[in-house]
Design a protein around this ligand. Structure first.
Ligand SMILES: Nc1nc2c(ncn2[C@@H]2O[C@H](COP(=O)(O)OP(=O)(O)OP(=O)(O)O)[C@@H](O)[C@H]2O)c(=O)[nH]1
Ligand SMILES: [Mg+2]
Length: 187
């Protein structure tokens, strides 16, 4: 059994805190009241979300970032030592895509070798952008999966986290093969 650190990130209101609460039940959150007038919700994450969960036979430490760019210093801090990240986008809000693109570029340049999955969240909504539209808007590389998710739905969250863990493990075994080393680690 391994312990993975996975960061859940993405722009404001994408559903990061909801996803962590859904899968972890008891999660540490730091939501505070939104101060601006044009609010679409009443609270926002100001530091981090944290939860520990067992997925696919492994322990996963989940760290959620704030979405607002004024807390961007936490993006770097929370990324230290991560094994992979989930980049969440609100598929029902095309106006959030520009901000999502900037944040996605920032995250990829900060962690160029870290595997990740993009989530088209709120896929339960009638009006939404397709997975393909989100892939194209964010210029997601072909090798990176884009998954439709519903952060309220535990099954959906487990599925995307299992996929991310598989990616992390595949990436590791490729690196080990490339180095010509034998993976003697006991499973
Ligand atoms: N319909 C639907 N609503 C969702 C889903 N995920 C989250 N929401 C709603 O979207 C809003 C934002 O959710 P949060 O979890 O606070 O989003 P966040 O990404 O943590 O937001 P910040 O911390 O402010 O960046 C809330 O009203 C949630 O109830 C989803 O999959 N489907
Ligand atoms: Mg949040």
């Amino acid at each position: 059994m391994k312990i993975y650190k996975i960061v859940v990130t993405g722009p404001y209101n994408a559903g990061k805190t909801t996803l962590i609460k859904t899968i972890c039940g008891e999660a540490l959150t730091t939501d505070k009241r939104v101060l601006s007038d044009d609010q679409v919700k009443s609270t926002t994450t100001v530091a981090l979300d944290f939860g520990l969960v067992r997925v696919g036979g492994h322990f996963v430490r989940l760290f959620g970032t704030p979405g607002q760019s004024r807390f961007h210093f936490m993006w770097r801090v929370l990324s230290i030592g991560m094994d992979g990240y989930l980049f969440m986008v609100d598929s029902s809000d095309p106006t959030s895509l520009n901000e999502a693109l900037h944040m996605y570029i920032y995250f990829r340049s900060m962690n160029p070798k870290t595997v990740h999955i993009v989530s088209a969240n709120k896929y339960d909504k009638d009006k939404k952008l397709s997975v393909e539209a989100i892939r194209s808007a964010l210029k997601v590389p072909e090798t990176t999966p884009v998954y439709p998710t519903v952060a309220y739905d535990k099954e959906s969250v487990v599925k995307v986290l299992e996929a991310l863990i598989n990616l992390i493990e595949t990436d590791r075994s490729i690196i080990i093969k490339q180095r010509g080393l034998k993976n003697t680690e006991k499973q």
